[in-house]
Design a protein around this ligand. Structure first.
Ligand SMILES: [Zn+2]
Length: 252
């Protein structure tokens, strides 16, 4: 067995952090950002998010038919977008579509607004339909770890209007579990607590690998978990109260 010790600040890091009006972003440093492409170098994403997005785009043979509209934003950029939208679009629109500074997923580097390539692209509400190449993107998004973050019907939970263009990297199999069960990220953070470290994990078998997912509540000082030596694992904070642990094991 190996022992893993986590501190209370570790809950603010990882691909499963929930960022919304109740849980503002806490981790503003240590982001490993990379440019989306030489052509769109002003659009930056967290490195793993970027590499998985490219794999997804390549899997659908997307040749510039989908373009990046907005990726990582600093707090200052989010403030500017919010202020400009207030002036241009008014209070009601802005509160529906633009998050307050520190409550925006764009500050994590894990979120991207995508648009169908056309002559005029709306920066706040780019067109990203459910058909054509954008539909193909959606049908494969979960396989590569992405979810449509602000879905229709989840507005009261997310606090944000339906945004067909905003995708969030959470990683596989979480994206798959979220999509399969029709959950918002807010709901998934609760859902996974039914599978605590001390109890039975959520278990999925895929392509000869068994994936187990469980929740570990953060203790006030240090949180200690024990994992088998041979297992591949990933630990992400939830930015709320604990950790989501994913363990991959080869099936014999
Ligand atoms: Zn967005």
């Amino acid at each position: 067995m190996r022992t893993i010790t986590l501190n209370e600040f570790d809950i603010f890091h990882g691909p499963l952090i929930l960022v919304n009006k109740d849980y503002p972003i806490q981790n503003k440093n240590n982001l490993n950002l990379v440019p989306y492409s030489p052509e769109y170098k002003e659009v930056q994403l967290e490195a793993k998010t970027s590499s998985m997005l490219w794999k997804l785009l390549e899997s659908i043979n997307c040749n510039n038919e989908i373009i990046p509209v907005s990726g990582y934003r600093s707090k200052e950029e989010q403030e500017e977008i919010f202020e400009n939208s207030l002036l241009e679009n008014g209070v009601e629109f802005t509160h529906k579509y633009v998050a307050f500074p520190d409550q925006s997923e764009h500050q994590t580097g894990l979120a991207i607004d995508l648009g169908e390539n056309s002559d005029s692209i709306d920066f706040i509400r780019p067109k990203f339909p459910y058909t054509g190449i954008c539909g193909e993107f959606r049908s494969k998004a979960a396989q590569y770890g992405f979810i449509e973050r602000y879905s229709k019907g989840k507005e009261t939970m997310t606090g944000i209007a339906h945004e067909p263009w905003h995708f969030r990297y959470v990683g596989y199999p979480h994206s798959y579990i979220i999509e399969y069960n029709g959950l918002s990220l807010e709901e998934y953070i609760q859902f996974i607590k039914a599978y605590p470290y001390e109890g039975e994990p959520l278990s999925i078998k895929s392509k000869g690998t068994e994936v187990k997912v469980f929740f570990v509540e953060s203790k006030t000082d240090k949180t200690v978990i024990e994992l088998s030596n041979n297992d591949l694992y990933q630990i992400s904070g939830n930015n709320v109260d604990g950790f989501i642990v994913t363990v991959w094991r080869q099936c014999s």
